[in-house]
Design a protein around this ligand. Structure first.
Ligand SMILES: C[S@@+](CC[C@H](N)C(=O)[O-])C[C@H]1O[C@@H](n2cnc3c(N)ncnc32)[C@H](O)[C@@H]1O
Length: 205
């Protein structure tokens, strides 16, 4: 599994995350980021071209997998804002309290082992009027699809770097002390158990 996670998983994640429907979803949330921004679970950096250089002062990104980050697809030197990558987990964000205007996550909440702890950390580092921008996949509204999601989840999680198909992402965000300012949902094209998307914006309650 160590060799799979080091050599094969980064390729699989990069391939899955750069499919056109996912790329179109990024465009709906990432350009809204402003000020001092943190992206959690940056992966191979597929969101980096979507940040608005007029709005972002500084972008810090974290990811626990250097193997994935080492496959990053963007020329970091050419980014038009201050940029830093830190090898870290969302459950222990290496940033000061109350220091960020925006936290961005795309297709990452499915994979964080302790999502409640990560969301407590996001609340800690966000300014009181800061925003969490997210685009995630998770629990589908249709019972038949939910059944598949629950059945496949154990093996999917094992092969997919900890990715869960069946998390109710908006419910977990709201249970963690956030209020949902904007939420949209739909199946993007692709395999239904992995394609129900939630995207939007949440603030601290
Ligand atoms: C499916 S990939 C998505 C990558 C990227 N956000 C994107 O949209 O292309 C999930 C990412 O979450 C990262 N991840 C997994 N557990 C994490 C954690 N506890 N804290 C932060 N990131 C985590 C993985 O290393 C991986 O890069």
């Amino acid at each position: 599994m160590r060799l799979y996670n080091k050599y094969i998983l980064p390729e699989v994640i990069n391939w899955a995350c750069r499919q056109k429907p996912n790329m179109q979803q990024r465009e709906k949330v990432v350009p809204l980021a402003h000020g001092n921004v943190l992206e959690i679970g940056v992966g191979t950096g597929l969101n980096l071209p979507f940040y608005n250089k007029e709005k972002v002062q500084r972008l810090t990104t974290i990811d626990p997998s250097e193997d994935i980050w080492n496959k990053n697809v963007v020329d970091i030197q050419s980014l038009p804002f201050e940029f830093e990558f830190i090898n870290a987990f969302a459950e222990n964000i290496p940033m000061d309290n109350n220091s960020l205007d925006t936290v961005v996550t795309t297709y990452t909440f499915c994979s964080i082992s302790d999502l409640y702890k990560a969301l407590a950390e996001i609340r800690r580092v966000l300014k009181t009027n800061g925003r969490l921008l997210f685009c995630e996949h998770g629990k589908a509204p249709d019972k038949a699809i939910q059944k598949w999601q629950n059945m496949i989840n154990p093996i999917w999680k094992h092969l997919g770097g900890g990715c869960n198909l069946n998390r109710d992402i908006p419910a977990i965000i709201e249970d963690s002390g956030f209020k949902m300012n904007k939420l949209e949902t739909m199946y993007i094209s692709g395999w239904k158990p992995a394609s129900f998307n939630y995207w939007g914006e949440a603030g601290i309650k």
